[in-house]
Design a protein around this ligand. Sequence first.
Ligand code: GLN
Length: 473
Amino acid sequence: MELNELTIKQAAEGLKKKEFTSVEITRVCLDRIKKRNKEINAFITVCEDSALAEAKAADKILASGKGDVLTGVPFAVKDAICTAGIRSTGAAKILDNYTPPFDATVIRKIRQQGGVLVGKNNCDTFGHGASNENSMYGPVRNPRDTGKVAGGSSGGSAAAVADNMCIYAIAEDTGGSIRQPAAFCGIVGLRPSYGRNSRFGIMPMASSLDTVGPLAKTAEDVALLMEIMAGQDKLDATTVADKVPKYTKAISKSVKGLTVGLPKEYLDVEGMDKETREIILAQAEKLKEAGCEIKKVSLPFTKYAIAVYYIIVPSEDSSNLGRLDGVRYGVRADAKNLYDLYAKSRAQGFPEEVKRRILIGTYALSAGYYDAYYKKAQKVRTLIKNDFENVFKDVDVLLTPTSPFPAFGLGEKADDPLAMYMADVMVAPAAVAGMPALSVPVGNNKKGLPIGAQIIGPRLGEEAVLQVGNKLT
Ligand code: GLN
């Protein structure tokens, strides 16, 4: 096995036993990036020099017998997450030259352990998309089939992990952006409960839905990362004070006795790929054999999740993006006056999908329409959340497909925003409700494309989610 193919756990053990050094594993990852990034386009920025310097520093710590589990292990970060001293564009030209002076809280925690940052991942601009084709730095190709999309918006992060350009990646999930690319590329990705991990330093998309979580090769690695990333942060008032559980302990527990719900709204929907459905149902059988009780359940308000999501998210997007005016960073257009400067810089610095969301969101929030759209969507959001809370009185977790279909072709949905929005149909509901949800790879279809199973849990129920996910991988 090559060093870049290791899991975090394996890499940490090898480093501790001095079987190889951090500089060695980092070099192998950087070489892989050099070889593959031209085609896959998973990175916007590669930090070769700083990564090697960080690896050397990690090797010193390890040589003295010290170090934590992430010391010296190479990782990548979605470009919509701020990294101190490293350019962070959010895949937008309007932030093309932005270098944050600070780390996002979750990144600070990883770097404090001595994590080695190899680069910043391509994504749909500001997280707007489900295929990574809305990036101003070009689309990401799926390493499993380069004619297909890697998923979005964290397509670069999922492709980088799946193609062994790094050991794990940190990304953001507002409405599926960690889970769907993880499913399309055949790796594991967790959207934590809203408030579990600090959002400080994440470029805000829809503040009431944004979460930050890990993408890795195993559920065990995800559990390990969550123990480090989670916790209250005084820089993010929405983080919860609840103690961070020992996720790595939870995953080794037997799933026997757990009740798993199979919601009909995720299996019998229009456009559902037959093979995907069969593969997911086979997972339910597998869990049954392992001693779980499988219960058919229903969440009737699920059918409104996409409509609710695509009112609330563009509304919050339009408000958050108001701060980007072309004055301080990135694209600054030639203009005769201040108004012109704002208008032209924003016209050049944002891609079409971002403009579409600013227009939809501004409309939905405007006087006269606010009650009919935004307020109504918030009310239906509560009904969707109630559905989940009711069902979790009867079941421990829900099992669903992550996506109704496997990775689709590049260009296939690019000109049809509504078709692209519908790709989120299985990942938006948990996001709207603030619930944790994990995607795990559960096999390939006949064409060799990976299929992801989604495990949704109750709020702060990451332990059961990871426990069941671990059983399925
Ligand atoms: N496809 C979703 C969207 O376009 C994903 C967003 C996200 O999670 N960042 O809004």
